[in-house]
Design a protein around this ligand. Structure first.
Ligand SMILES: [Zn+2]
Length: 101
């Protein structure tokens, strides 16, 4: 087999086929010297984008969660405030009625 030439992997130093796009020893992509570098780059780019998209999704999810929690805290704070105000109004009204002439 003349086309099965070997080169050493730049990452781990093990012998890998020159046509290999991925080292079988350390799983590194051998993009620069590969004939298929364009498609591999594309593949890597797609993987990267997918990863970034996943990350963004995760961040968005977390932000939404935090926003929801803030909203919850806000609404419960509002509820307490409403109760306090209602209590003060009730107390004031009650006081006015009782303090009448
Ligand atoms: Zn390697």
């Amino acid at each position: 087999m003349s086309n099965e030439e070997y080169k050493s992997c730049p990452y781990c130093g093990e012998d890998v086929k020159t046509i290999a796009i991925k080292c079988k020893h350390c799983q590194s992509f051998l993009v620069e010297e590969s004939e298929n570098s364009e498609s591999v780059k594309e593949l890597l780019e797609t993987q990267k984008k997918a990863l970034e998209f996943e990350k963004e999704k995760e961040i968005k999810r977390q932000e939404e969660k935090e926003a929801k929690e803030t909203e919850k805290a806000k609404s419960s704070g509002c509820l307490i405030l409403t109760i306090v105000i209602a209590g003060i109004i009730f107390w004031l009204l009650g006081g006015t009625i009782h303090c009448g002439p």
